[in-house]
Design a protein around this ligand. Structure first.
Ligand SMILES: [Zn+2]
Ligand SMILES: [Zn+2]
Length: 74
């Protein structure tokens, strides 16, 4: 009964109805079905919503990395 809600995945649930792998993807990408294949299509693009600038650090462009850092530190 306590299996991951993702179709075809039968691993035990870790949180939110997802197994540890899918839960980690959901936390990281906001989508448990995101795979490394899709990720590698845009390896150097800012992960900010609708931003397609090249990344400078931790997956963000210079502007959004600054915003992210400021938000985290406050
Ligand atoms: Zn799963
Ligand atoms: Zn950006």
């Amino acid at each position: 009964m306590n299996e991951c809600k993702i179709e075809g995945c039968y691993k035990p649930i870790k949180a939110k109805g997802l197994c540890s792998m899918h839960h980690q993807r959901w936390r990281r990408h906001g989508d448990p079905l995101v795979t490394k294949v899709r990720q590698s299509l845009y390896p150097h693009t800012c992960q900010w919503l609708k931003c397609e600038r090249p990344t400078v650090s931790k997956g963000f462009c210079s502007k959004h990395y600054y915003i992210k850092r400021t938000l985290v530190l406050v």
